[in-house]
Design a protein around this ligand. Structure first.
Ligand code: SF4
Ligand code: SF4
Length: 450
């Protein structure tokens, strides 16, 4: 298909509102150290699908020597935003800032096909809105629970659907009625003397599809002496929007969250979804041009902590019962690369007696979840998911554990494709089980499969 030019300007293809910053991309010295950790470069060996190639495209776009063609956009779209290149770069190139700025430009300046446009609109009009998502999940629950899914799959009718809709069907997580109905109270008291007063981010997708993870997080925090405040009026954090270039919507969500948690008056804001955490820690940068929020956003970001960070700051107080299990621990990209958090989840898991933590080969490579990536780039996501599953299974685990819900869905879907019945749990569910005294056999039998 011929490339489509979307601008008549002879020079830069980006407008003047936050183009990819030259002071960031000019730091790239083209050394190539980032290439081996880039999932798309690992798959295809294509320079323009490497961090270095994409940075070059952004620079050319800014300098008016590249056009916003279909191939330009494809190379940018194919980036997972996993930030493995940020970890690998010895020159400190903040690729995250480049890709986010570029995607916001694409959003404003590139016309997608009608199907692609509608597909993306559907995602952004559903996932960041818990009430809409909950309403949509009832028929999804009935579809699975009634056995209709098995019939539909067996009939082969799904093959008639476009690939992207099939991938949405394949990624439908297992959800129970109690999870769909779950609501959290506004406050959960600490057990024993209060050590911290923390706010809990319930998330948008998280509170509907992973309410059990939120409940486990609150129970563990309370057991460790934290008073847990759960502001009921909180909305989405805007991470999905930031990653996809919907800048204005993202900033509105960020302002809402700042207002809400300022009113809550907490010492820390606890997050159990890595993609949300990495975005919330960047609010100071995202709102830097907003005179009413710039300083408040910095103060807010300084309070944001992943659940593993909070727990490692607290000497364990609640007794952990043994869990004699071999678990493959998968590092989420937005935890290990975007937030630099690798040791803390392992430290937390090591407080559980008899738990054996297995290291997965090629741990730095993304599983293909990457926010909405597995919905908009399903083939690449599935390839990466299959690779991750193969690496997980090579450790012969009893279960796979991660600290990010998106990864749990992605790995679970890969395990299903591989025909392997290995339970997949959030790290905090394991800690909660150890504190509650849930036997390992019950954890495995119940499966907690996504
Ligand atoms: S963010 Fe990930 S996929 Fe994108 S260029 Fe960097 S390493 Fe590659
Ligand atoms: S490692 Fe850093 S400096 Fe080297 S090519 Fe990659 S982005 Fe550029």
């Amino acid at each position: 298909m011929a490339d489509t030019e979307t601008t008549n300007r002879a020079a830069a293809i980006f407008d003047d509102h936050n183009p990819p910053p030259p002071e960031v991309y000019n730091k790239c010295v083209h050394c190539g150290f980032c290439l081996p950790t880039c999932p798309t470069y690992a798959l295809w060996g294509e320079e323009m699908d490497s961090p270095r190639g994409r940075i070059y495209l952004m620079k050319m776009g800014n300098e008016g020597t590249a056009r916003m063609t279909e191939s330009f956009v494809r190379h940018i779209d194919q980036c997972l935003g996993c930030m493995a290149c940020v970890t690998a770069c010895p020159s400190g190139v903040r690729y995250d800032r480049l890709i986010e700025a570029t995607r916001a430009q694409l959003r404003r300046r590139y016309r997608r096909s009608p199907f692609e446009f509608i597909h993306r609109q559907m995602i952004f009009n559903l996932f960041p809105h818990p009430q809409r998502l909950r309403a949509a999940m009832w028929p999804a629950w009935a579809y699975k629970a009634s056995g209709l899914r098995a019939v539909v799959r067996g009939s082969g009718v799904l093959k008639l659907l476009p690939r992207k809709l099939r991938s949405m069907e394949a990624l439908l997580p297992a959800i129970s009625l109690s999870e769909l109905r779950a609501n959290m109270p506004a406050r959960i008291p600490a057990q024993g003397a209060v050590r911290k007063r923390v706010g809990l981010l319930t998330g948008c997708v998280q509170r509907v599809l992973f309410s059990g993870v939120n409940a486990a997080t609150a129970r563990v925090l309370a057991a460790e002496g934290c008073e847990v405040i759960i502001p009921q009026e909180q909305k989405c954090c805007g991470a999905l929007m930031v990653h996809a270039g919907l800048e204005e919507q993202a900033l509105d969500f960020a302002r809402n969250l700042i207002d809400v948690f300022e009113r809550a008056g907490v010492d820390a804001i606890v997050i159990n979804a890595a993609g949300c955490g990495s975005t919330m820690k960047e609010y100071g940068y995202l709102l830097r041009h907003d005179p009413n929020y710039a300083e408040r956003a910095k103060a807010f970001a300084a309070k944001c902590k992943d659940i593993s960070e909070v727990l490692t700051e607290l000497e364990p107080r609640a007794t952990r019962h043994p869990l004699p299990l071999r678990i493959a621990y998968h590092d989420s990209c937005h935890l290990q690369h975007a937030q630099g958090i690798r040791t803390q989840p392992r430290q937390v898991l090591k407080t559980i007696p008899q738990l054996e933590i297995l290291e997965i080969p090629d741990a730095a490579i993304c599983c293909g979840s990457a926010g909405i990536y597995n919905l908009v780039q399903p083939d690449t996501a599935a390839q990466l998911g299959d690779l991750k599953v193969k690496n997980c299974l090579s450790t012969r685990p009893d279960m796979v554990v991660s600290a990010n819900p998106g990864c749990l869905v992605q790995i679970s879907s890969g395990l299903e494709r591989a025909g392997k019945h290995v339970p997949v749990l959030h790290m905090i569910e394991l800690v909660d089980a150890a504190i509650q005294g849930t036997p390992a056999s019950a954890l495995q039998a119940n499966g907690h499969k996504r």
